[in-house]
Design a protein around this ligand. Structure first.
Ligand SMILES: [Zn+2]
Length: 331
């Protein structure tokens, strides 16, 4: 079992990795979490190995821009009939696309064979929603989610025996929300089961985490089920830890909300919980004030959280005060 307390996101492969190591030591970072485009860099691997900094491999499941460039028919379709593209980096594949799942299973096997990571997180293993931009006053029925493609609607009807009389989010939300939520959460659970089995079969010692959308059951009328399709109580049996992306400033919540989400995820899952903490503003013009940052870090680092996922390297090195805050977190 890993004992990391402070795990830092690195989304930049144009940095000097020896400087990254130096900064990690300065801020008391225990591990780095990153995606393939950094992980694949030989210099990165070498710098981490020589300095004994563990690396967590983050595997994005349904967010795959490259695949969608080649296979645009695999896009998730949103409630308003558009391709699921929240922003430049967010392009979402339809979770019912079996050809994509086959591709992704092979992709995962190849990653395991190439890197055999100590720890791996499953990211974007859910239905489409650009939750980062959903503010607390949004009406649940107005959330632009996915997937409403024919594949998904047929899959839903065949699995549940429930007929969709009108192919609209409004009709589904109003008339069959419970069945829709059950189908989505079951579909995601099956996907998590399938991928974690591949990982366990390859190497049972790999620790597996899952990234989750930071919505409580009471948020948006239980949208964590009927929009996202993530049920942490059920997903807990497949993974070792859960990482809700609790970026409070981004979603216009007060810092103590981080603790509320952590408590709920911890109670429902019984697993170690690693909340996310953002260091600077994202998708908003208002900066994160110093007091707010302190409070966010304190709430994220306190029990029952097992550790924090810090978002992210570039914003850490941007401001020397943040080093001290992170170094002292949890003390
Ligand atoms: Zn679909």
């Amino acid at each position: 079992m890993n004992t990391y307390k402070k795990i830092l996101y690195l989304f930049n492969n144009t940095v000097d990795y020896d400087v990254v190591v130096h900064n990690c030591k300065k801020a008391g970072i225990d591990a780095i979490i990153t995606n393939d485009f950094v992980f694949a860099e030989k210099e990165f691997q070498e710098a981490m190995r020589v300095n004994s900094i563990p690396v967590v491999y983050n595997f994005p499941v349904f967010c795959d821009t490259g695949y969608l460039d080649r296979n645009p028919q695999s896009y998730s379709i949103t409630a308003t009939g558009k391709r699921a593209t929240g922003t430049e980096w967010l392009h979402f594949v339809c979770p019912s696309d079996s050809a994509f799942m086959e591709y992704q299973q092979n992709n995962l096997i190849s990653i395991l064979k190439t890197y055999n990571p100590e720890t791996l997180t499953l990211d974007f293993i859910r239905f489409y929603v650009f939750w980062e931009m959903v503010s607390p006053d949004t009406q649940p029925v107005a959330i632009e989610d996915g997937c409403y493609c024919d594949r998904c609607l047929v899959n839903f009807e065949a699995t549940t025996g429930v007929h969709i009389k009108e192919k609209s989010k409004k009709w589904i939300y109003t008339n069959i929300r419970k069945e829709w939520a059950a189908w989505k959460t079951h579909h995601i659970e099956k996907t998590v089961d399938m991928l974690t089995q591949i990982i366990r079969d390859y190497n049972p010692d790999i620790e597996i985490g899952i990234k989750t959308v930071p919505w409580k059951e009471s948020d948006f009328d239980n949208a964590i089920s009927h929009v996202v399709g993530q049920d942490v109580a059920r997903l807990a049996r497949y993974v070792d830890f859960i990482a809700p992306m609790t970026y409070s400033h981004m979603v216009k919540q007060p810092p103590q909300w981080i603790d509320e989400v952590v408590q709920e995820v911890s109670e429902k899952s019984g697993k170690r919980v690693f909340p996310g903490v953002q260091l600077a503003q994202t998708y908003r013009d208002e900066p994160v004030q110093s007091d707010e940052l302190n409070a966010m870090i304190s709430y994220a680092a306190q029990k029952p959280a097992a550790g924090v996922l810090i978002f992210h390297y570039d914003t850490l090195v941007d401001n020397t005060h943040r080093f001290e805050r992170i170094k002292n977190a949890g003390k």
